[in-house]
Design a protein around this ligand. Structure first.
Ligand code: AMP
Length: 281
């Protein structure tokens, strides 16, 4: 696997690939890779000649009181995992390479839907994501880019700017990969103690309850939300930031579930903020 550290290196690499007529799949990550990330790599591997992953903890998508400094970094272990699923190249730049002095251009998706869910408590987060993903798409010259449903609102934002800015990349969403317990895999699960991991099961358990109620015919949004909120309230360790149910992917408010809709939550267990969701309908 090639390790590309600079913009010059990735630019030269992808120019050669394009000249040779290769299709390119891009999988952006912040590293601390787990099986969830690898499902994205495998999806990219199956559909493209060349797979480029990025491992970059993007400073501009973290708020001032968030976990940028303590975010887990383990590049060597990440490389071994990427090699195990036959990724061709990893782009791993320094922050100074991506944000040199004078950098001042941002992609700001300005729809109301960016201010809901995670956007409400993380101002500037999606601007940071949209800016770095646009640049990774440009640098990788990807035909397809792969993102997890785990960050479903991020997928909504990315699909929006790719469409609005006519970026010639197909955006592919990959389902959430979970531990056997139901816990959605996340690099931030590393912050959880064993007890907290048990407490964190209330997220997926509450979503499964809503899914079962929907399968049983319950389409009313207020009723579905109540099922989830009641289940979360039964776990004293869960500090709920939001639980919402919106149309997917517009994130418009709805009263009944008539088509694909996103039930999403952010819940703190101890000091760790976890997100999870299901798509129903
Ligand atoms: P991150 O490194 O957390 O920025 O995640 C990189 C990509 O992997 C994003 O598109 C995430 O949505 C995706 N991802 C993270 N966790 C999972 C998971 N459990 N299942 C599927 N995709 C995931």
């Amino acid at each position: 696997m090639k390790v590309l550290s600079t913009i010059a290196e990735i630019t030269a690499y992808t120019a050669e690939l394009k000249k040779a007529g290769k299709t390119i799949g891009l999988v952006p990550t912040m590293g601390a890779l787990h099986e969830g990330h690898l499902t994205l790599m495998r999806a990219a591997r199956a559909a493209n000649d060349v797979v480029i992953a990025s491992v970059f903890v993007n400073p501009i998508q973290f708020g001032p009181n968030e976990d940028y400094d303590k975010y887990p970094r383990m590049f060597e272990a990440d490389c071994a995992k990427l090699e195990s699923v036959n990724v061709d190249a990893v782009f791993h730049p320094d922050p100074a390479e991506m944000y040199p002095q004078g950098f001042c251009t941002y992609v700001n998706v300005d729809g109301d839907f960016t201010r809901k869910l995670c956007g409400a408590s993380r101002p500037g987060h999606f601007r940071g994501v949209a800016t770095v993903v646009t640049r990774l798409m440009n640098l990788s010259r990807a035909d397809r880019a792969y993102f997890g449903q785990k960050d479903a609102q991020q997928v909504c934002v990315i699909k929006r700017f790719v469409n609005d800015l006519n970026i010639p990349v197909e955006v592919v969403m990959v389902p959430i990969n979970r531990e056997d317990s139901g816990l959605a895999r996340s690099s931030r699960n590393a912050y959880l103690s064993d007890t907290e991991k048990q407490q964190a099961l209330c997220l997926s358990r509450s979503l499964r309850k809503a899914e079962a109620a929907f399968a049983g015919g319950e389409k009313n949004v207020a009723a579905l939300l109540k099922i989830v909120r009641d289940e979360l309230a039964a776990e004293p360790a869960a500090d709920v930031e939001y639980v919402e149910l919106y149309d997917f992917p517009t994130l418009e408010p709805i009263e009944t579930v008539e088509k694909e809709s996103l039930m999403a939550m952010a819940v703190r267990i101890g000091k760790t903020r976890l997100i999870d969701n299901i798509i129903i309908g």
